[in-house]
Structures are given as C-alpha cells and as structure tokens.
Design a protein around this ligand. Sequence first.
Ligand SMILES: Cc1cc2nc3c(=O)[nH]c(=O)nc-3n(C[C@H](O)[C@H](O)[C@H](O)COP(=O)(O)OP(=O)(O)OC[C@H]3O[C@@H](n4cnc5c(N)ncnc54)[C@H](O)[C@@H]3O)c2cc1C
Length: 420
Amino acid sequence: MTDQIGANWAGTYEYTAARLEHPSTVDELRAIVTGTDRVRALGTRHSFNDLADTAGTLVSLADFGDAPEFDTERMIVSVAPGIRYGDLANWLQARGFALHNMGSLPHISVAGAIATGTHGSGNRNGNLSTAVSALELVTGDGELLAVDRSHPEFDGFVVALGALGIVTRVTLDIQPTFDIRQDVYNDLPWSSVLSEFEAITGSAYSVSLFTTWVGDSIPAMWLKTRMDAGEPTTMPPTLFGAVAASPDPQRSIADGGDNMTVFGGIPGPWSERLPHFRLDSTPSNGDEIQTEYFVDRARSSEALSAVRQLAEAIAPHLHVTELRTVAADDLWLSPAYRRESLGIHFTWKNEPEAVRALLPRIQAVLAPFDARPHWGKWNSLEAPDVAALYPRAADFARLAEQLDPRHRLRNPYLARVLGL
Ligand SMILES: Cc1cc2nc3c(=O)[nH]c(=O)nc-3n(C[C@H](O)[C@H](O)[C@H](O)COP(=O)(O)OP(=O)(O)OC[C@H]3O[C@@H](n4cnc5c(N)ncnc54)[C@H](O)[C@@H]3O)c2cc1C
C-alpha cells in the first residue's frame, strides 16, 4: 500500500522518499527490501532531521506484528516495532509491570526511539535503548536475523540509526510496577546548579532542569521521585535554594496547559508520571526545532558555563532548554557510550535560519567537552568529527557493511554525519 508521505511530526522536514509502504508480515517486508535499491524504516516521525528519509521506499511498521508478549520469569516483554511507548506503558501497567524509564513524549515508537538512543532522565537510568535485550530485523540483504545479548556484537545492534536493517520485533527488560510523584521547584540559583550539579540531579529518580539561560536562576526543576524506594512522602519547602511550587497539578514551564502529566506531588503509576506529556493529548503544535548535545557529567559545571556565555544570543530563539542526565552504557552508537552524561537540550522556535546560525557557535563552545549530538535532532556536526566521538564507529561501519552490502539502507544523513 502506498500513500502521501508528507512531513515529520514538527512539520520542519518534508520526506523526499518516492513511496511509503505499510507491510504487515515479514515476507512482505523482505519483498520490499529486496525489491528496491534504497529503503528506510519510518517510526512515528518525531525526529527533526533527514535521518529516517530515503530516495527510495519508506517503510512504516505501524500496522506490523502481534500484541506484546511477556515472560514474567525472565522479566522481559516482546513488542512489535511500531508500538508507541505510551501504549506499551499502559499495557504493562495494567498487568503490574513497568519499564525503567520513558522519554518526555509517550507518542514515539519503540523501534524509532531505540534506534536513536532516546532517553529520559536520572543519574542511574540508562537511555531507553539500554532496556533492549533482543531484536529481530530484516537486514539490508533481506535476511531475517535474531540477535540477543549473548551475541558478541549485540551492543552494535541497538542504537543503529536504521542502518543495519528494519527491526521487526523488540524485546525489552521489565520490572514490577512502581509509583512516582512529580514535584516542581522554582528559581534554582545558577550558583547551586554549577556547584552542586551531581547532588541536584541525584535528588530524585529522574530530574529535569528547565532554563532559558538568562538570569541568575533556573526557572524550574522537576523531580520525579520513586515511591517504592523509601523515598520521602513529603518534600522540603526549599531544595538547593529553589522553592517548592504551589501544587498546581498542570503547571508547565514549556507551554503550560493540560497536556502535561500530573504534578503537585500526587503519586501515580510510572506510566503516567515518567513522561512529561500525556499520551491522550498533543504536546504542542509541533512548530519547533530541537537540538541536544551530550557531555561528560563530571564536567557539567564547565560545559554549562560555556553555553551560558552565549545566553544573550540563544534566548531570543529559544522556547526552553532542558537539562537531563543519562547513565553510561556500552551501546556503540549511544550518546552515553561509556560516559555518565549530561544532555543539554534546546527546544527552538521554528526559526531555521537563526538556529542554523547558532548551532556552530554552540558546538564550538562545547567542542572541548567532546559533545555528542542527539541523532534525531538538529546539529551541524559532520563525519569524521562525529565518528571521532564514538570509539566503536569503525566497528559499526563494518557491521553495516556486513548486514547491508548493497547499501540499500544508506541515505545522505548517514553519509554526512557518520561517513557511511
Ligand atoms: C516533542 C518531542 C519530544 C521528544 N522528547 C525526547 C526525549 O525526551 N528524549 C529523547 O532522547 N528524544 C526525544 N525526542 C526525539 C525522539 O525521541 C527521537 O527522534 C526518536 O528517534 C523518534 O522516534 P520515532 O518513532 O518518531 O522515529 P523516526 O523519527 O520516525 O525515526 C528515527 C530513526 O529510527 C529508525 N527506525 C524507525 N523504525 C525503525 C525500525 N522498525 N527498524 C529500524 N529502524 C527504525 C528510522 O529509520 C530513523 O533512523 C523528542 C521528539 C519530539 C518531537
């Protein structure tokens, strides 16, 4: 089946593919892959750049595969690639289970999110890709391949940018369900951020700091506290100099409104507190551009001070910056590969020219920190600089050559950013 392709979720990138197909079986998918010169998988279109695009055939797996299946002895769930995280979260919660973390948006597909190392926050929480214990994929040669953590190169398969194959099944680690409370603190002094960063981001299961870079304080700090770990049932009125916000359950620094998950310290299931946005509402009109860079968390203070030097240039074009932490992992192309990380995220106004002009300046001040870009967001870094940030990049290139010898899965993004 083919139809109009259109743009990404934000409306900032128009796909150039010749056609969009919706296979519903592995055999249909294999026939598409082997019958074309160029093919890429499309998730829920939430990336901001040309990462998913191809000159040939785009494949959506939104209608592909069976319902989730779980194994409560091994504590894993196996899911279709196109399932949205929010739907999976509700399915697991209804059965008493949980994922370790969620991104801010529950509308993204599992296969699309793990392909880019999508993350939430938490000093001890790896990105969403770290929960993947097994994958099935149709390689660039049309072969169906199953790999799990026992495969010697499994760490190369997960954050794979769609370059190794089209994923047809994903197995994720699960754990017993847990409750979370969300609390908001306002006016966190920059002096605290710079001197006590690790303590601040370690003060709850998941911590997000929101800033526009100007001023002496950060307007909002969101704490998502797990209620099953002996955590306090009341929160202090002040924390690191920030003041507890009045318990307005729907307060949002980004854009306000009732599209946010519940705040005000009201405990609720992980599935309804770990994402920032609610699944049953649209997060915004999408009129935005996003960028994110990951640096060594041990150097947070220096890196944040470097970006702050550009505050006056950044602020006019910015909706908001969110600062989150991600635990180190071993996934070859993960932005948190072997590095405890701070993610410095920018939600820009839809002002492409201004953003394009700013990115090299931000990258220049972050260059001393070997800042790795978020694969699904805007950056102007190019190979070989990007490859140099990833010690296993050459191994990944070899794996991509092995699984996609005809280069069907290659596209201009992979050439430009990774040199593939
Ligand atoms: C409002 C908003 C909020 C966001 N919040 C966060 C956040 O909190 N944290 C974060 O890290 N990122 C965040 N992102 C970025 C987003 O999570 C990533 O860009 C993610 O990759 C999008 O997933 P998707 O399903 O839309 O995939 P797409 O953007 O459609 O595709 C992304 C990549 O996945 C590949 N892919 C998709 N399906 C398959 C498959 N079946 N097999 C192989 N490859 C596949 C594509 O080929 C492409 O390379 C946000 C984006 C938006 C728009």
